[in-house]
Design a protein around this ligand. Structure first.
Ligand SMILES: Cc1cc2nc3c(=O)[nH]c(=O)nc-3n(C[C@H](O)[C@H](O)[C@H](O)COP(=O)(O)O)c2cc1C
Length: 142
């Protein structure tokens, strides 16, 4: 059977989201997947062509307790992704106080036909056991 390919793309300001993205990539590698990990600035349209799963992450921006949204750099990246976005998509984010409307806003900028059912968020940037379970549910389409 053909090896599945996952593309993990993140935008990070101080490194926490980058570290979370690396943990996600490592976890996917342990599952025998072919994984491409990159910052959103390094994304090119050719990267998504053969991929089965897309993991997109950004740090949470906002007024700390309300109006959470992805940073402008991530929004610009999101608008460079193909429309419609047919590849199965998983969202992740890091934050300090509240994740709030972050995922809703990420989805809005992706113009998704159906909302992503699988998301994970972290204050630490480390992948937890529960996060891995959520990734497993996504991969198993549960
Ligand atoms: C300008 C700015 C706005 C932020 N707004 C929020 C917010 O609304 N809610 C929140 O929980 N964290 C907020 N944070 C905290 C970051 O989301 C958090 O530190 C994140 O993990 C940083 O990720 P990074 O290390 O990948 O840059 C904000 C940080 C900055 C610099």
């Amino acid at each position: 059977m053909k090896e599945k390919t996952a593309l993990v793309v993140y935008h990070s300001k101080r490194g926490k989201t980058a570290s979370y993205a690396r943990d996600i990539a490592m976890y996917l590698w342990t599952k025998g997947m072919n994984v491409k990990l990159m910052a959103s600035g390094d994304y090119e349209s050719s990267k998504i062509e053969d991929c089965d799963y897309l993991f997109l992450g950004c740090w949470t921006s906002g007024w700390f307790v309300v109006h959470q949204h992805p940073h402008r750099v991530w929004k610009e990246f999101a608008h460079r992704l193909p429309r419609p976005l047919v590849v199965q998509t998983f969202l992740f984010s890091t934050y300090q106080f509240r994740i709030g409307s972050m995922f809703r806003n990420m989805m809005r900028h992706l113009d998704l036909k159906r909302p992503c059912r699988h998301t994970i968020a972290s204050k630490t940037g480390r992948l937890t056991f529960e996060d891995k379970q959520e990734i497993d549910r996504f991969l198993n389409n549960v």
